[in-house]
Design a protein around this ligand. Structure first.
Ligand code: 13P
Ligand code: SF4
Length: 351
């Protein structure tokens, strides 16, 4: 683990929405839908946004997906106005891939703790001290960090890329998620210098408490996102990205699942598997309070109220990426999308 980089001990989290604010948001559904159609925008939302946002996305003919699919959809759509409901790196990725499109977000201050754990100056310094390593950056990073990387990867492709680079006898400098980094190293037997960042949502899943829940639900399968700690991953029946968890639950013959990822995924899980039961994996708490309660506080910034404001005033909600940085980040992002395509088409064979 790399130890000479600055990682925030705590994060300045946005205030939680009150029940009144959530109710108000629900009442704005029709207005938001009307406006999306009027402005001919494509709404792309992550599975971790609220159920109301996901329903709006479905009703407007938009797209809900994991971070890899969101990137692909933004690039391939012929709509000129892309509305990204997620966190900032997701909006930036859309802009990097489609500079000619207007990319807006309900709230430009929707951070991600992983992004905040990796500043570009630290990365440049560490990079120069491990010159032999290939820099692989998780998609959950700023455009400036991406521009320093050889490869970008999302959780759905991370192990495969680890195996691919190991086949080529490469050493990896991985940023910024410590848990995903060690998971890649274990699964692909790769040689990794690992950054010590963390996702405040997934880092809080708790292995001992999970044992109790498993005892109460003996037949349940445990599905875990790889940003969770190794002790939780070790108890998983399946580890995967949000889309992969969803696909696994759909095709599985099991009827009960314990889910260790952000709780808004329950909307799609329940919709896709009406006859199955989903149980939240337990999270650690301090003095009786959990930090996130498996609910990403930055994803929650994506309210319908702000989405309406963004459509009414796109200029103040628009993503911009410096052109030099964009060009630097474009290469490793395109490498990822090509890698994903080549894997699917069987052009890359992993041992
Ligand atoms: P996915 O790549 O699985 O969508 O994950 C993104 C993310 O932010 C996980 O916390
Ligand atoms: Fe970032 Fe974690 Fe929120 Fe995902 S759940 S956006 S990794 S803070």
């Amino acid at each position: 683990m790399i130890d000479n980089v600055s990682i925030p001990e705590t994060f300045d989290l946005p205030d939680r929405l009150t029940i009144e604010q959530k109710k108000k948001d629900d009442m704005l559904f029709d207005k938001a839908l009307e406006l999306i159609k009027q402005k001919d925008a494509l709404l792309i939302a992550h599975y971790y946004t609220s159920e109301t946002m996901q329903r709006l996305c479905e009703a407007s003919g938009g797209f809900i997906g994991d971070s890899l699919e969101m990137a692909r959809k933004g690039r391939d759509s012929d709509k000129k106005l892309i509305l990204v409901a997620g966190v900032r790196f997701m909006g930036e990725t859309a802009k990097i891939l489609s500079p000619e499109k207007t990319v807006i977000m309900p709230d430009l201050s929707a951070e991600c703790s992983l992004d905040l754990c990796c500043n570009v100056e630290d990365l440049k310094r560490v990079k120069s001290s491990v010159k032999d390593a290939v820099v692989v950056a998780y998609a959950n990073t700023s455009a400036a960090v991406k521009a320093q990387a050889d490869w970008i990867v999302t959780s759905s492709l991370a192990v495969e890329l680890g195996k691919y680079l190991t086949q080529q006898k490469k050493t990896i400098l991985w940023v910024p998620d410590r848990h995903l980094g060690s998971y890649i190293a274990n699964m692909s037997d790769s040689d990794i210098y690992c950054w010590p960042g963390r996702c405040i949502v997934h880092d809080a899943f708790e292995a001992n408490a999970l044992d109790f829940v498993k005892k109460e639900h003996k037949d349940a399968l445990v599905l875990v996102h790889p940003e969770a700690p190794a002790s939780v991953v070790a108890k998983a029946d399946y580890v995967g990205s949000t889309s992969q968890i969803l696909a696994f639950a759909k095709q599985s013959s099991a009827k009960e699942f314990i889910i260790a990822t952000e709780r808004n995924i329950f909307y799609k899980l329940s919709l896709a598997c009406k006859d199955k039961k989903f149980i939240e994996a337990p999270v650690a708490s301090t003095k009786g309070h959990c930090i996130s309660c498996a609910n990403c506080p930055w994803m929650e910034l994506n309210t319908l109220e702000k989405l309406i404001a963004a459509l009414n005033c796109p200029k103040s909600h628009e993503l911009s990426v410096d052109e030099n940085i964009r060009l630097g980040a474009l290469k490793p992002l395109e490498r990822m999308l090509d890698f994903s395509r080549d894997l699917k088409e069987g052009k890359i064979i992993l041992e």
